[in-house]
Write a protein that binds this ligand. Structure first.
Ligand code: DGJ
Length: 789
């Protein structure tokens, strides 16, 4: 709901849980009043905004009419530099006379019952079932004849507001935009912390907490992609807020290219947050009567901690970002051949892998890199999107048919944005890459980046990739992108347009993915950029899931998936079980923990299933059956995070069904601690009026029979503890545990869940749980009583 109070000159945007209030100052500037938990009318502005009403030394007074009003100590909704606001501005532009002084004042507003669309880039989708109210406030610089429209849209179900700015030039002059953020919000700094998701390849989206002190924190990317250095997201939280209590604000940008987010605390303790397209190396000439549209920022607020903030984001992503035909659609369990074969495979080898996969219950076979041109390593053929018949004699068509005959779907890998110097495409079109004509371009993974600002390049790619996707029965496509941009110069663009290249690359990418994904709506696209180098809401708009990381080590993945879940729902995170020692860390983790981690995501397997033991195959078969049985809950449940692997080596999280009828709890430990203290796990999200049956997922603890302990001592102790054994072959003993409790929802919510005690090397307690290093468990909670009405 949007309320306009003409007397007070305020706009009050309200959802069920949050309020956002802005005002028009007597000067015409647009100010920020309040963002936080929903408040009821009436209110007085001075009761909400701590105003600095004193004229002090050094300050620049905006106008002699009111000597107490200065922009530097005011809370603004849009800011520029030059009239006394010395904080980083939201908008900075250069006019024909060389001036950089812009001053935007309120002109008019509209309260719309729909959300205006800007088709050049991804944005929050409107739903037929949920009218999206939008406030549009237009501000104008009368001297320079430039207007800015600020858009605020309300998403009631998700408790989210989106914001964006559109700059419109008049017919007076051409202007040069040097910085245009999507939003500016100024609010009192309440001794807050800022959270960012930062990292690197195979170490993506690690959670970092920065205390906000006087000065500026900048989270950004200059790599041409949103990047794994920093995700286009920040949260602001009270110091003592944690996963399930306290106030926090989340901001996430729907954009896949260079971005920036800054949090600046002024000397008067006002916190300014800006978010938008990266201003470094950004210059956008705006012709007369042209407009520049910024990407949307998603804002949410929670007074119940970070889990609730994430749930708001997840609801928003699942309803307003993911394309409607993939919303709430269960995703298949897949086998990917990359870690199994690398580039060296034959059709025979792939079919053998597929046959075993099928027997274990896998539904989709994904053929990764190396099927095209003459690509046997990463030095050649990107750009030449035709099948290598030496590897696949019956072509994609014949191979996909064979996969289909096995009862599986078929998926394929492509990396359209890139070209190898050793490729027919590059030999034919050396002018199609991003580079300066006089400077030798730098390679990354032995490849160049195609210039997506050039429409000929885009048409070629749409055509080439459409031919691949149309050439066989393909139901899944992994869209990879394996290097950052460099040598930023476009042979296609004019001299004046060179500063637009980063943004034009992103818009060009959106153009091709829009055309391809709309032409193949039945294909499930998974975006990837060396794993998670471009995990953002922009890509998710077109491709409903992302390969989260090239790191498949179960222990590291907990941290990556946990961090990723701050913004992105589990239904967007590709997560695979791979072999040990792990390819990236050389770590050995139990096969059950590899599953227990990947199951809280979109499950896949990425290992040679023909090189594992029969016991491991049996285990995998049971894992897949369990996952399929609970797939809806794993992929689309409401996530509560209880224990962060960023704070210790342990992790606890829980997915609760939206109707509270069931839940899945994942409990993970790092290193085993001898004689550890007893555990009690906090539980959230269940119905206090229901009773739940709690069962541990049946899982195996592989003990090698070679070794005295496993042969004699340990089995004796385990037997004494009532733990049964299965001897599956003569290499392993596999103790199987059972655990079951019936307990009320209120007891779980008030007191937590008490699992069996862990095995501690001796055996008086007949009820223990074997964990070991990197051990884990999944518990299933199912409601056995209807709640009282
Ligand atoms: C990087 C991806 O993240 C991997 O999963 C794999 O597809 C390779 N590229 C193939 O080159």
């Amino acid at each position: 709901m949007i309320l306009y109070d003409e007397a007070k000159q305020t706009f009050h945007l309200r959802t069920e849980t949050l309020s956002y209030i802005l005002r028009i100052y007597p000067t015409g500037h647009l100010g920020h009043v309040y963002f936080g938990a929903r408040i009821e009318e009436p209110f007085e502005i001075e009761h909400l905004v701590p105003e600095y009403k004193i004229e002090v030394g050094n300050q620049v007074i905006y106008h002699e009419d009111d000597r107490t009003f200065n922009l530097n100590t005011s809370q603004m909704e849009i800011s520029t530099y030059g009239k006394g606001d010395y904080r980083d501005p939201m908008i900075h532009m250069r006019f024909e006379d060389g001036s950089r002084l812009a001053n935007f004042l309120y002109q008019r507003h509209e309260m719309l019952e729909h959300k205006p669309q800007f088709p050049e880039m991804p944005e929050a989708r409107s739903l037929a079932s949920e009218p999206i109210e939008t406030l549009k406030v237009t501000l104008r610089d009368d001297v320079q004849h430039v207007e800015v429209d600020l858009y605020y849209s309300l998403f009631l179900e998700a408790n989210v507001i989106t914001r964006r700015a559109v700059v419109r030039n008049g017919d007076f002059q051409e202007i040069l935009l040097e910085k245009v953020m999507s939003m500016n919000i100024d609010m009192p700094n309440d001794d807050y912390d800022l959270i960012s998701l930062d990292g690197a390849w195979i170490n993506e989206r690690q959670i970092h907490v920065h205390p906000l002190r006087s000065g500026l924190i900048r989270i950004d990317s200059k790599k041409g992609v949103s990047s794994n250095d920093h995700n286009p997201f920040i949260a602001i939280k009270e110091k003592n807020a944690d996963e399930n209590k306290g106030r926090c604000y989340g901001f996430s940008l729907i954009y896949s290219g260079n971005f920036e987010a800054t949090a600046e605390v002024s000397p008067h303790n006002i916190l300014r947050i800006l978010m938008g397209i990266q201003s470094f190396d950004f210059f956008w000439p705006l012709k007369k009567q042209a407009q520049f549209v910024t990407p949307e920022v998603v804002l949410t607020y929670s007074h119940q901690g970070l889990s609730r903030m994430s749930q708001n984001f997840h609801t928003f992503v699942e309803r307003h970002i993911i394309r409607p035909d993939w919303q709430n659609q269960e995703r298949p369990v897949l086998i990917n051949n990359w870690e199994a074969t690398d580039f060296s495979f034959t059709e025979k080898k792939l079919l053998k892998l597929a046959r075993t996969a099928r027997r274990l219950g896998i539904e989709l076979f994904v053929l990764d890199d190396g099927w095209f041109g003459k690509r046997n390593d990463d030095s050649s053929s990107l750009g030449d999107w035709f099948v290598n018949r030496k590897k696949l004699p019956s072509g994609l068509e014949g191979f996909s048919r064979k996969i289909k005959r096995l009862g599986m779907k078929f998926g394929i890998w492509v990396e359209p944005e890139m070209v190898n110097p050793d490729s027919d495409l590059y030999r034919a079109h050396p002018e199609w890459i991003i580079r300066h004509p006089k400077i030798a371009p730098s390679c990354g993974r032995r490849q160049y980046v195609l210039d997506l600002s050039n429409p000929d390049v885009r048409d070629y790619l749409v055509n080439a990739i459409s031919q691949v996707l149309g050439s066989a029965e393909i139901s899944y496509c992994k869209w990879d992108m394996n290097r950052n941009l460099s040598d930023i110069f476009s042979p296609y663009l004019t001299h004046e347009q060179q500063g637009t290249l980063f943004h034009r690359y992103t818009l060009g990418l959106y153009d091709i993915v829009h055309r391809i994904t709309s032409a193949f709506p039945e294909v499930l696209f998974e975006s990837c950029a060396s794993g998670g180098n471009r995990f953002d809401l922009g890509m998710l708009y077109y491709m409903p899931q992302v390969w989260t990381s090239d790191n498949t080590d179960a222990h590291e993945r907990l941290k990556i998936q946990y961090g990723t879940s701050l913004v992105y729902p589990l239904s967007t995170m590709g997560a695979h079980v791979s072999n040990i020692p792990n390819m990236q860390t050389l770590r050995q983790t139990p096969i059950e923990s590899r599953f227990n981690t990947a199951a809280f995501g979109l499950l896949g397997y990425e290992l040679d299933l023909n090189r594992i033991t029969p016991s491991e195959k049996k285990i995998i078969k049971e894992q897949i059956a369990f996952y399929k049985h609970h797939r809806q809950l794993f992929q689309f449940g409401r996530l509560y995070r209880q224990k962060s692997p960023h704070a210790s080596l342990d992790c606890v999280w829980m997915n609760v069904a939206k109707d509270q009828s069931e839940a899945l709890l994942g409990v993970y430990q790092g290193l085993e601690q001898p004689n550890a203290s007893v555990e009690k796990i906090p539980i959230y999200g269940l119905n206090p009026k229901s009773t739940y049956r709690v069962r541990v997922r049946k899982q195996y603890f592989l003990l090698s029979l070679f070794g005295d302990l496993a042969r004699h001592a340990l089995p004796i102790r385990l037997k004494a503890n009532g733990i049964a054994f299965h001897i599956l072959n003569n290499r392993y003993r596999m103790p199987v545990e059972t655990e079951e409790q019936v307990i009320s929802g209120s007891a779980l919510l008030e007191n937590g869940f008490v699992p069996k005690q862990k095995f501690i090397g001796t055996g008086y307690n007949a009820s223990v749980r074997l964990m070991g290093d990197f051990g884990s468990r999944i518990y299933h909670f199912s409601r056995i009583e209807e709640p009282d009405s």
